[in-house]
Design a protein around this ligand. Sequence first.
Ligand SMILES: Cc1cc2nc3c(=O)[nH]c(=O)nc-3n(C[C@H](O)[C@H](O)[C@H](O)COP(=O)(O)OP(=O)(O)OC[C@H]3O[C@@H](n4cnc5c(N)ncnc54)[C@H](O)[C@@H]3O)c2cc1C
Length: 383
Amino acid sequence: MDFDLTPEQEQIRKLARDFCDAEVAPGARDLDRTEAFPEELLPRLFEVGFLSAAIPQEYGGMGLDFLSYGLVVEELGRADASIRSLVSVNVSLVSSILLNWGREEQKRAWLPRLSTEGLGAFGLTEPDHGSDPSAMETSARRDGDEWVLNGSKMWITNGSRGILTVVFAQTQPGSGARGITAFLVPQDIPGYEGRAIHGKLGLRAGDTAAITLTDVRVPDAARVAEVGDGMKIALSALDNGRFSLAAGCTGISQACLDASVGYAAEREQFGKTIAHHQLIQELISDTFLDLEASRALYWKVAWKHQKGERHTIESSVAKTFCSEAAVRNADRAVQVHGGYGYSDEYPVGRYLRDARVTTLYEGTSQIQRLLLGRHLTGVSAFV
Ligand SMILES: Cc1cc2nc3c(=O)[nH]c(=O)nc-3n(C[C@H](O)[C@H](O)[C@H](O)COP(=O)(O)OP(=O)(O)OC[C@H]3O[C@@H](n4cnc5c(N)ncnc54)[C@H](O)[C@@H]3O)c2cc1C
């Protein structure tokens, strides 16, 4: 594996870094404070191409290689994890489903729109079914050339401010995971209601929605792949989503390191800057250790992806480690900042609140360990 970036990858990282420093990071505190959706930033994210970073150019995207996409996501994570999250879902979950599973007409209909116009959402989780989506209750019933969808989804990123939701629904009651099918559901269709969830601990600028589907009718042409393929589709998308999440968490860890080093060089206690105190150096060094390991792990996923190999395990390892490292690092950064870290005068409190969700979504840390445990022992301990 080559750790040197190509000139093009260096260039894209610089573009992302400059953009994030100039246009994303400066507004992050206010968006967090006011729980405001980034109305003004969204068109800029489309313009600069980050919302279509890994979508091929023939479908209106930026056509970046996987590592370049990861570098963009890392920079977004460093600047504002709320913004990173909406980009990751649009690109890694929704667009990747269309690219890998969609029919040509579905790709042509939706990918250019997701690259320029509006956000996509991934509707798997339900109020009563999170870690075990195979038990989902949302149903899709065939009626002639149409499907009729009923049910509810919970915690859906981009679910009320987007244009499309990939809805997973049970089409063969009683058959569990094997009966789940994916549908492309426009968010402006009659019977679709997305309500923004407020009061979140973090990712407060992101749109997280509770969705109700009441007799939503979509044509059979909105079905993705075959009836019963839904769980395979969701899991393969999560291989990409977990990569993006790992890259974003690496960005949070980098932000924690930068903030801690900067503060340690300024803040004086006992007659010298706190950087002189060995225990502060320990906090900063441990942050760096976790950061370096995080970056190596998500780069490894990109390396496998670019060779055309499956990376379910590598994505799971990177997701688990990078998310837990981001939580540890954000906690260390608050510690380095002392009492000032506890107010939003400094960004480290937001890093901690934003990092906290990353060990929960796209498979909790417990679920990741069950996946890895099954891989290592051959024994499934899920139920
Ligand atoms: C901000 C945010 C954004 C999100 N975005 C999306 C999205 O875009 N699309 C989407 O579909 N979902 C999304 N989610 C949902 C997220 O993926 C779920 O919250 C997550 O999968 C966990 O499900 P749950 O919350 O129902 O927890 P539960 O499944 O109820 O888990 C509760 C606890 O039990 C543990 N647990 C469960 N089963 C086991 C087991 N077998 N062994 C050991 N421990 C177990 C879990 O690890 C956890 O600690 C989002 C969530 C949040 C908070």
